[in-house]
Structures are given as structure tokens and as C-alpha cells.
Design a protein around this ligand. Structure first.
Ligand code: DAH
Length: 340
């Protein structure tokens, strides 16, 4: 029996299984109901008292050795099978915490409104389906103005030839709606979607967004307009930015100007974004034409006002270098994800 114990001791010490099922097989072979060591205990029971004394200790040692060895090898095998990081089963499943992102147009829109909000401008909105009067007539567009042409404007219903229904081509229509409903002082910004009959390309789209501004009160001057736009530019592009007003023409303002900001990329030195000029155009502006005030029953002898309009896509382009207008409406998540 001693011999048998010595032999099994060797067998146990030599065993070095690494896979959990092999180790379990070995345990059954040794310590299972019919295991080699278990059977030795049955034999042990047949021994006489003296023999038991001699063998008992050795047999117990063998059993302990086998149990220890098996436990050690099992632990190692478990460690090998476990993933590098333990799993936290209480964590929410991956992917469920994705919230999406805000559209760059929406981000820019609220940035613009927040800046003018600080100057006391409130938000006004109007319909996208408009009539000729609000888009053109009340804004002093001559009857033969090209914007009134089918090629430039989407008409919806031309049955009423004097005042056809159309998709607004600019947010200046909201100026008119505001003046209709509100007496001066008026200080509003009007964000919204506008439509023009253009072929879609990187630089033109049939649908885009503008923010219109209107300020009507006593003694509103061109200096007020300039200061307001300068404040806006500094808030939007940083303190170093400069603005430039170039004489221009709009039927609804007199005098009218085109507003440029110094190129934030090259700091005004000239680069390919500003086409070497150092300036970037952001919108139009001017003093509200007396005829527009009159058309809206505001006395131009008493009141004056300024107005401005800028493209939201244009501002996103200048701030984030988005060069292709089509990207805004294609809903490619790789593009949208970049704005938060
Ligand atoms: N409505 C003009 C456009 O769509 C932009 C504009 C220019 C708005 C001058 C104004 C303004 O209020 O004063 O091109």
C-alpha cells in the first residue's frame, strides 16, 4: 500500500493540466467516487490497527496534496480563461448612451440669437409660404424686379396675379410682418429657412437659412448699425476681428451696404479662403428705406431704423471651414457628429 501511495504521489505531482475540463477529469480519476485515492481509503479500512497507524498519515498527505494541486491548477485555468478586464454586469449596454448631436445650422442659429439677445433683440418668426406683398411689395421691390421672376423664386399659386403665393426668398418678409403687428420701438432678429430657384451645387442651394435683424426707433443712425454689427462680429469671431461696410443696393434700405469681416484664418493678410482679399462677406445691411416704413404705416419723419440680413450657412462655413453647402442637408452622420 505504501508503494501504491508513493506512486500516486508522483502521479499527482507530475500532473500539470492547464485546461479546466482536463483538470476536472484528473480530479475524478483521483478523488471521484471510484477514484484511485478514494479506493485506497476503502482498502485502508481493511487494515489492522498497526498498519493503519503506519499508512494513515501518508494516505491523508496524498489526499491533501491531490486536493491542493487540483485547486491550484483550476485557479490558473480560470485566470487564463477570464477576459483582460472583469465585466461590470451592472453597466448599461454599450451604445445606449448615444445622444446624437446638434446640427451645425442649429448650433450657429442659437449662437447668433444669443449674441443679439444680449443687445435686447427679441426673436420673431414668420411663415415660409408667403405672398408677394410681404416678400417684395412692402419691401419696395419694383414690379419688374428680377427676384419676382419664376427663374429666381418658387411660386406656389399665381392665380391672384397681384399678390401671388410663393416660398419666401429671404427673411426680410418677417420685418414686414413685425412692423404690421408692432409699433416702434422694434428690435427683433428673425431666423428662418428661405428658398430660391437655384441649381444645387457646392456654392448654391435651393434652400438655406438666414437671420434678419430690424431695429426701428427714434433717432436710430447708421452709427448704431455699424456698432451693432461690430459687436456681433467680435462676439462671433473674437475681439481682433474688424468689419468693413461696402456701399451696395437693396430696394428696402437706403443707404445699403455689404458687410465684410476680416478673415479669421489669415488675420486679414490674404489666404485661399478669403481669396487673397483678407475680407469675408457675411451679409447685407442698411437704413430702412422710408418707403418701407411708410408701407408699414410707420411715419418716417418720426422714426428711423436699420436692418441687416445674414446667411447662417455662410457663417458656419466661415467659422468651421465647411466648404460645400450640400453637406448641411445630406444628413451624413460623419459630418453631423463633428458638431455638438
Ligand atoms: N434680404 C437680403 C438677401 O436675402 C439680405 C439683407 C440685406 C437683409 C440688407 C437686410 C438688409 O435686412 O438690410 O440677400
Amino acid at each position: 500500500m505504501t508503494e501504491r501511495i508513493t506512486q500516486l504521489n508522483k502521479e499527482v505531482s507530475a500532473f500539470c493540466g492547464t485546461k479546466a475540463p482536463d483538470i476536472e477529469d484528473f480530479r475524478i480519476q483521483m478523488l471521484g467516487k471510484k477514484g484511485k485515492i478514494t479506493l485506497l481509503f476503502d482498502d485502508f479500512k481493511q487494515l489492522s490497527g498497526d498498519e493503519k497507524k503506519a499508512v494513515g498519515q501518508l494516505l491523508n498527505q496524498l489526499k491533501n496534496l491531490a486536493q491542493q494541486r487540483i485547486a491550484e491548477l483550476k485557479q490558473k485555468a480560470d485566470d487564463n480563461d477570464a477576459p483582460a478586464h472583469s465585466i461590470d454586469t451592472s453597466r448599461p449596454a454599450a451604445g445606449n448612451d448615444e445622444h446624437g448631436s446638434r446640427h451645425p445650422i442649429a448650433v450657429m442659429r442659437s449662437e447668433i440669437l444669443a449674441i443679439f439677445g444680449k443687445l435686447g433683440f427679441t426673436i420673431a418668426e414668420g411663415p415660409e409660404i408667403e405672398d408677394d406683398w410681404h416678400v417684395f411689395g412692402a419691401l419696395n421691390f419694383a414690379p419688374e424686379h428680377p427676384a419676382r421672376d419664376m427663374q429666381d423664386t418658387f411660386f406656389i399659386d399665381t392665380q391672384n396675379a397681384d399678390n401671388p403665393t410663393l416660398l419666401r426668398t429671404h427673411t426680410s418678409s418677417v420685418q414686414v410682418r413685425t412692423m404690421e403687428n408692432q409699433a416702434p420701438p422694434i428690435r427683433v432678429v428673425c431666423p428662418g429657412r428661405v428658398y430660391r430657384n437655384e441649381a444645387i451645387s457646392a456654392r448654391a442651394h435651393c434652400m438655406f437659412h438666414q437671420v434678419e435683424g430690424l431695429y426701428v426707433d427714434k433717432d436710430v443712425s447708421f452709427a448704431d448699425l455699424k456698432q451693432t454689427l461690430l459687436y456681433f462680429a467680435k462676439e462671433m469671431f473674437g475681439n481682433k476681428v474688424e468689419i468693413r461696410l461696402r456701399p451696395s443696393f437693396f430696394p428696402f434700405t437706403e443707404p445699403s451696404a455689404e458687410m465684410d469681416v476680416s478673415c479669421s484664418l489669415c488675420g486679414g493678410k490674404g489666404c485661399n479662403v478669403c481669396k487673397g482679399t483678407g475680407w469675408l462677406e457675411v451679409g447685407g445691411c442698411g437704413m430702412v428705406h422710408p418707403k418701407v416704413l411708410q408701407a408699414n404705416k410707420i411715419d418716417p419723419a418720426k422714426y428711423s431704423g436699420f436692418a441687416f440680413g445674414m446667411g447662417i450657412e455662410r457663417l458656419v462655413m466661415l467659422k468651421y471651414q465647411v466648404r460645400d453647402l450640400r453637406l448641411y442637408f445630406e444628413n451624413d452622420v460623419r459630418f453631423l457628429r463633428q458638431f455638438r
